[in-house]
Design a protein around this ligand. Structure first.
Ligand code: HEM
Length: 366
């Protein structure tokens, strides 16, 4: 068997629509919209429905490695190109909480100058590919029907921020403790057991699958240079400030740059590596994450007021902002089409900000 024959070949039939999927998606998104209106009334500012709090906005560059093996030499990684990128570091809750509460971390990445047919209508002229990885390999509620069981709890507890944060953590992480959220009236979920670690030392995962042109993959972004590798597992100090993560990111990039590695994990078996259930970890012993590109971030001012406003209020990161060659796969990705559109449209409307897509890194303020 040749190397390429081991990998599952992409075809449209790999995705299987769930029973009642369209109605479930409508219910989830309608509930999220109600939550969003309540959050707006509390803050009198529209924030993201998830990952509302940013901790750093960074300009960097993704450089594809030379001589990748054929199955990984695909799509945006098909040649040793170098793409400018803007990154937004965040935590998962839909409100602006204290960093003393341990929350899953996100690293949204927008690659610029990408060729290929864009997925969403109206984006024919866009040249971006977004990646939205989180620091956990799976999402506990990994398909639409499972997600639909948790969303009512999110809505019910919108006025109880502590409970909502626990649910947000459960949503973004895996494990049995997360499932404990369902049916527990006060949602005393203890996913906060996740270590409250330095955001720059984390490895971030797509959690769900994407098309990798002829194949199917999950993607991760892992610390590569010594400066960020030594932060892996480093806990926030006792009595950390409410905005400790921002302060750590700003202090780090004031003095030095960082390198991360983008890696792809190809699907070798849709039974053990399901596409339609993103709560199942894909075994790395069967298909390891293979390095495909380097993300280089020079020293810079990571959180100027102009940058924060631009990234929080003007930019939108969205897994469907990208090319057909990297189409998001599975029902948990399909629900994200309407969820991100609703959240971003409302945010921009209420904050009276233009909805735009950038094409040049210079558009991101310093
Ligand atoms: C598959 C796993 C998922 C991952 C890895 C993920 C990751 C992320 C990340 C990193 C962000 C922050 C983006 C930014 O900085 O702008 C984000 C935002 C968001 N996520 Fe997810 N997410 C996932 C699933 C979902 C699902 C299932 C939903 C809803 C049903 C959802 C709804 C949202 C919304 C509404 C936003 C804010 C969008 C905006 O206002 O621009 N996510 N997500």
């Amino acid at each position: 068997m040749s190397v390429t024959q081991q990998f599952v070949r992409y075809h449209d039939g790999l995705e299987k629509k769930q029973e009642n999927e369209d109605a479930l998606i409508e219910d989830i998104v309608a509930s999220m919209a109600r939550v969003k209106r309540k959050t707006f009334d509390k803050l009198r500012h529209a924030v993201r429905d998830a990952h509302a709090k940013s901790h750093g906005i960074l300009k960097g560059r993704i450089s594809v490695y030379d001589n990748l093996p054929e199955p990984l030499r695909q799509g945006v990684f098909s040649r040793p190109a170098s793409y400018p990128a803007v990154l937004r570091l965040s935590t998962a809750a839909g409100d602006i909480h204290s960093d003393r509460t341990s929350m899953p971390r996100g690293m949204a990445i927008k690659m610029l100058g990408v060729d290929g047919r864009q997925l969403l209508p109206g984006r024919e002229l866009a040249t971006t590919q977004d990646l939205l990885p989180v620091n956990h390999p799976v999402i506990a509620f990994g398909h639409v029907a499972a997600y639909a069981t948790i969303q009512p709890f999110v809505e019910k507890h919108v006025d109880a921020p502590e409970v909502s944060r626990h649910i947000a953590a459960a949503l973004a992480r895996g494990g049995s403790k997360a499932l404990h959220a369902i049916g527990v009236e006060n949602a005393a979920i203890d996913t906060l057991g996740a270590p409250n670690s330095h955001i720059l030392g984390e490895t971030f995962y797509s959690m769900a699958a994407i098309r990798y042109v002829d194949y199917v993959a999950k993607v991760c972004v892992a610390p590569l240079s010594y400066g960020v590798r030594q932060l892996t597992g480093q806990l926030l100090r006792d009595g950390a400030d409410p905005s400790e993560l921002r302060d750590l990111v700003v202090a780090y990039f004031e003095k030095q740059g960082a390198e991360y590695e983008v890696r792809g994990q190809l699907c070798t078996d849709t039974g053990r590596m399901p596409i339609e259930d993103a709560s199942v970890p894909w075994p790395e012993q069967e298909s390891p994450y293979i390095p495909v590109a380097r993300l280089s971030i020079p020293a810079q001012q990571a959180y100027s007021p102009a940058r924060r406003v631009f990234a929080d209020d003007v930019l939108s990161f969205n897994p469907w902002h990208g090319i057909d060659a990297h189409r998001p796969l599975g029902s948990i990705m399909r629900v994200r089409i309407k969820a991100y559109e609703m959240s971003s449209a409302y945010r921009h409307q209420m904050n009276a900000q233009p909805r735009l897509e950038i094409s040049r890194i210079e558009e991101v303020p310093d």
